[in-house]
Design a protein around this ligand. Structure first.
Ligand code: 4AZ
Length: 238
């Protein structure tokens, strides 16, 4: 997802997102929030461009890439940019996407389904100091492990930082990092004909690939919100 700078009007890659219907993408609320001026201002749709089927950072190398303008930005009403609570938003694209082998929607998780994927790991230690590499010139994926919220809270310690509506991952040396916010955490599982089920949205973390787990918006907590919103859009736009 690209976002324009208010001053220069130039668009640059800003956040990740996932395709959830022919006209909608799911991302993090903090990706569409105006951090500079006022923490509760949502930026207008003209500030965003969605790139679908993009793989290489060098745009000329993306044969199958589709670019869409955005006509609607919907942010969770109770998003809090300091605590990262309710870090979820939906963008509506100007025209529907034609699904292809490289552009297709991800599935939403069945109710209460995330816990079966928990892995018990020892509490992360700070032994794995992240070596700052250079940014990748193509879109990457990484295999990661979902850890329990209680383990995650022990890492972060501060009371109340990790809510039940968040989900944490940790694996030595593997993590998400800056500009990957809004991107999907997916599980490969056969479910109603879908092979990828999204269970999280990249939200925040302290540093990258150190002893602090990566924190995601837990999608199963937001299924009622998503259903209500998608139904409203469907009723309005057909
Ligand atoms: C970020 O700044 C960010 N390691 C995203 C994810 C993580 C840290 C930072 C998790 O967008």
């Amino acid at each position: 997802m690209k976002r324009s700078d208010a001053l220069t009007d130039e668009y640059s890659l800003y956040c990740g997102a996932s395709l959830i219907s022919s006209t909608q993408i799911l991302t993090a609320a903090h990706c569409v929030n105006d951090v500079e001026t006022n923490k509760y201002t949502v930026l207008g749709p003209e500030r965003f461009i969605v790139l679908l089927g993009m793989h290489f950072m060098n745009e000329s190398m993306n044969d199958a890439q589709v670019t869409k303008r955005v006509i609607g930005v919907m942010v969770h009403e109770e998003f809090d940019s300091i605590s990262h609570f309710n870090d979820i938003a939906i963008l509506t694209m100007e025209t529907p996407v034609v699904f292809t082998s490289t552009i297709s929607p991800v599935c939403m998780p069945p109710n209460g389904s995330t816990d079966q994927y928990l892995t018990e790991l020892p509490l992360p230690r700070d032994g794995d100091v992240h070596k700052r590499g250079k940014n990748s010139d193509f879109l990457r994926n990484v295999g990661i492990r979902i850890i329990s919220n209680s383990l995650c809270r022990k890492s972060y310690m501060e009371e109340g930082k990790i809510s039940g509506h968040m989900l944490c991952t940790w694996l030595s040396g593997k993590d998400t990092c800056q500009n990957e916010s809004g991107g999907p955490l997916v599980i490969e599982a056969e479910h109603l004909g879908c092979s990828w089920i999204q269970v999280g949205i990249v939200s925040f973390g302290r540093g990258c690939a150190r002893r602090f787990p990566g924190v995601y918006t837990r999608l199963t907590s937001f299924l009622p919100w998503l259903k209500e919103l998608l139904l409203a859009v469907w009723l309005l736009c057909g």
